[in-house]
Design a protein around this ligand. Structure first.
Ligand code: FAD
Length: 381
């Protein structure tokens, strides 16, 4: 049995950032069930520039595939609106590996092929059972993704509203795609969307939402001149869209990143929130270890709930998304006309709505969507 100050379960962006943020000299174990960090990929690799700059991370050629100008939102009626928000299409596996290496440089011990199976309490410590190995620590950070085993074993709440994301990596002709994240909204996906993210010679083409996703994605590919049979990779995963779970912390255990429902439920983008909540959890864990008081981990929950990605209006907006009809998507996209939401004067939105009496009963919902869009346009993808 080995003893640690902090055990971090999951070496995704949340776990690696948490392990890097614990204080120097503290003994941190970073564990993942995977054989290779980041594999298999379950992500489209879209990252905003803010997600890096907030954390002092520099875009690195080893994992940046394409610099991106922003997001182009396509309405069901075929019109589009662009939002200039610089970002990067990244190789998710290499990105995760770089973060895990950084955690090791900060002193964390990384162990792979360790699947958490049980948690128990002994003399004020948590004992984590990985089958062949057992480890003890006063603090455990659950950074183990949307269907968190840590949450289940610790009796903490789990994400209940989950979308499925399903994606192909497809070859594309040179010059076929521009450096934009293309999002295609449709009421058929119950709040979800289809995407095309350029990767150079290939693209990530995927769909997230409710309903039967594979036939939808195949038809989407064909409609965009892409042959789904030529896919060189398929990846899929769950996306929490219900907002942060509550509580996030109990008895020296904290949930971080997707495990705590900390992502943007409107877009499903969760890397930024994973990085940031990871840092906050790691710092709070470091402080609690120094004070020899695991109860101080509660500071993480108080802090993370003030962050933009935890704002309740985002989860509310995601619910509203799932009820929008095609013509409402088109109306909202039409209002934006290539501006960030905060640049669209409220008076203009009001007059736009006034011209469409059939949408009047939606005014409150549209206002909430506006608030949510302003939040995530500020903090990035
Ligand atoms: C199809 C798809 C496309 C997406 N595209 C984007 C995108 O373009 N941009 C974006 O920002 N977000 C995207 N997301 C969301 C993004 O991938 C997640 O929000 C992000 O990975 C969350 O990071 P995390 O560290 O919290 O969890 P994860 O990255 O899921 O890492 C969790 C880690 O925990 C490990 N683990 C799980 N259970 C155990 C266990 N019992 N024992 C040990 N280890 C365990 C896993 O192996 C994994 O390595 C997408 C998601 C999907 C499914």
């Amino acid at each position: 049995m080995a003893s640690w100050d902090v055990i971090v379960v999951g070496a995704g962006p949340a776990g690696s950032m948490a392990a890097s943020a614990v204080r120097p000299g503290q003994r941190v174990l970073l564990v993942d069930k995977r054989r290779v960090v980041g594999h298999p990929v379950q992500c489209a690799g879209g990252l905003s520039a803010q997600a890096l700059s907030w954390h002092g991370l520099k875009p690195d050629p080893s994992w940046v595939l394409v610099p991106i100008e922003g997001i182009r939102n396509w309405s069901p009626d075929g019109t589009s609106s662009t939002l200039r928000m610089k970002g990067y299409e990244v190789d998710r596996a290499r990105f995760d590996q770089a973060l895990a290496a950084r955690a090791q440089e900060h002193g964390a011990e990384l162990r792979l092929e360790r699947r958490l199976r049980a948690l128990s309490r002994h003399d004020g410590l948590w004992r984590a059972d990985f089958g062949a190995e057992q480890h003890e620590a006063p603090i455990i950070l659950g950074a183990d993704g949307p269907e968190s085993t840590v949450a289940r074993l610790a009796g903490l709440p789990r994400n209940t509203r989950l979308f499925l994301g399903y994606q192909y990596v497809l070859p594309v002709r040179e010059g076929m795609l521009e450096p934009w994240f293309e999002l295609f909204w449709s009421s058929a996906l119950q709040g979800g969307y289809t995407w095309i993210f350029p990767r150079g010679e290939t693209a990530n083409v995927g769909v997230g939402g409710g309903g039967f996703l594979k036939p939808y994605l195949d038809a989407f590919c064909r409609a965009h001149g892409l042959d789904p049979e030529k896919r060189c990779e398929i990846n899929a995963g769950k996306i929490p869209v219900g907002g942060p779970v509550s509580p996030l912390v109990r008895n020296g255990i904290a949930l971080v990143g997707d495990a705590g429902g900390l992502c943007n439920p409107c877009t499903g983008g969760g890397i930024h929130a994973a990085l940031h909540s990871g840092v906050l959890a790691g710092r709070a864990a470091g402080q609690a270890v120094t004070a020899e008081d695991p109860a101080q981990l509660a500071a993480y929950e108080a802090r993370v709930r003030r962050e933009p990605y935890a704002a309740p209006v985002l989860a509310k907006a995601a619910e509203i998304f799932s009820t929008l009809r095609d013509e409402e998507w088109s109306f909202l996209n039409g209002l934006s006309r290539h501006r960030l939401t905060r640049e669209v004067p409220l008076s203009e939105a009001f007059w736009g709505l006034l011209r469409h009496p059939r949408f009047w009963h939606r005014a409150r919902d549209f206002y909430r969507l506006r608030s949510a869009a302003i939040i995530y346009e500020q903090y990035g993808w």
